[in-house]
Design a protein around this ligand. Structure first.
Ligand SMILES: NC(=O)c1ccc[n+]([C@@H]2O[C@H](COP(=O)([O-])OP(=O)(O)OC[C@H]3O[C@@H](n4cnc5c(N)ncnc54)[C@H](O)[C@@H]3O)[C@@H](O)[C@H]2O)c1
Length: 357
């Protein structure tokens, strides 16, 4: 099983979950993007086949795919930050759009049987700031370079599917997962609200909030990951899912702003939690309103979110609290493992298909 972006926030949780499920994971990432990092703290390096490689290097990616012949691929490697995409648009397009192309090309040539789940973003949609949730059939777009690069990755996937992987007997099947803003323990990325809060609060500083009124489809990291894994399992079984895209988001009624997240997180953080609004003059454009409609994931996969807003915040705050308070090395493995176990158990109790079937 190949996981690209395995050293990142979502990739490290996915790798930890797959390890618990007994999968043999090969990881492809160019670097470990933060210090500290969830990946390093978990001590996964010794447990998996850990490769450092640039997804922009088509030859290297083809070589790795030919060597390891993965049965499943989860593609998460990306430059995922909107503000950084304004500083480095070319790197963002090359990594997110051409990187996806390099991976699909590597899979096209050998035609080894493989089930591929490609992770893009809710930001691949042309955001017209309407109040409805975006559906998978809505227009793709993206004004900022990050969003544009994810829209471009979608077109690459669509074209490769239509041209090379759409035959009923295709050895390679592809599907797309689109999720929104993900929170959870172990994220230390720049310019994300939860890591910004935790960095400040753990050093007894006040966090500055740029955009308190923006609403986002917030969800715990394990929610989209359960969707990606379940999509992978069902895609391997059902040819009808080949070429399909799915939104994985929170319930539409769960409509929370940046300010709501900070207030709730402050309530869970055991230390002092101070914040102040600092709207930047002439800041870069970021979407104000963005929701996902997940009816398709429910209709075809019987996937739905497990957690409510408060549970999402509690899991997140408790993880960071545990990290900053206990002996680290042991506690990260234990913290992450316990949260995966709790999430699986809640999903079973609530009758979510992937946990019960
Ligand atoms: N975190 C979110 O809120 C969120 C929301 C929607 C979509 N996504 C998408 O989910 C995926 C994972 O996001 P994340 O938050 O875990 O990001 P992250 O920054 O934590 O991790 C990114 C990973 O990609 C790897 N990477 C970056 N450039 C690379 C390159 N040129 N070659 C090889 N590897 C490279 C990094 O080494 C790292 O492993 C991305 O595709 C992102 O766009 C994330």
């Amino acid at each position: 099983m190949l996981v690209t972006g395995h050293t990142g926030f979502k990739g490290s949780w996915l790798t930890a979950w797959l390890q618990r499920l007994g999968a043999r994971v090969i990881g492809l990432s160019v670097d470990i993007p933060t210090e500290p990092s969830h990946f390093s703290e978990l001590g996964l390096v010794a447990e998996i086949d850990d490769r450092r490689m640039d997804i922009r290097n088509a030859e290297a990616v083809a070589g790795l795919v030919a060597e390891v012949k993965p049965d499943f691929v989860f593609h998460l490697a990306a430059q995922p930050l909107v503000r950084r995409s304004y500083r480095s648009p070319l790197e963002t397009f090359e990594t997110n759009a051409m990187g996806t192309c390099n991976l699909l090309e590597a899979l096209r040539l050998p035609q080894h049987p493989c089930t591929v789940v490609l992770i893009t973003s809710d930001k691949c949609y042309d955001n017209v700031e309407w109040v409805w949730g975006y559906r998978e059939t809505d227009r793709l777009g993206g004004k900022d370079p990050y969003s544009g690069s994810k829209g471009a990755a979608e077109l690459v996937i669509r074209s490769y599917h239509a041209s090379f992987f759409s035959a009923a007997d295709s050895q390679v099947r592809v599907a797309v997962g689109r999720a929104g803003n993900v929170v959870g323990g172990g994220d230390w990325a720049e310019d994300r609200i939860v890591p910004d809060c935790i960095r400040a609060w753990s050093q007894d500083r006040t966090v500055e909030v740029r955009n308190p009124d923006a609403t986002r489809p917030w969800q715990h990291v394990l929610e989209p990951l359960s969707g990606y894994l379940w999509l992978g399992i069902l895609l391997a079984e059902r040819a009808t899912l080949n070429g399909e895209a799915f939104n994985f988001g929170p319930p539409l009624v769960q409509d929370h702003s940046v300010g709501d997240v900070i207030t709730a997180l402050a309530g869970v953080w055991s230390g002092e939690a101070r914040y102040q609004i600092a709207r930047p003059a002439g800041g870069v454009a970021e979407a104000g309103l963005l929701k996902l409609n997940c009816d398709k994931a429910f209709a075809h996969l019987k996937w739905r979110p497990t957690l409510d807003f408060q549970e999402m915040i509690e899991l997140t705050g408790q993880w960071y609290d545990g990290y900053y308070r206990k002996d680290r090395r042991e506690s990260v493995l234990a913290l992450t493992g316990a949260q995966i176990e709790r999430y699986e158990s809640l999903a079973r109790t609530r009758g979510i298909a992937w946990a019960c079937d």
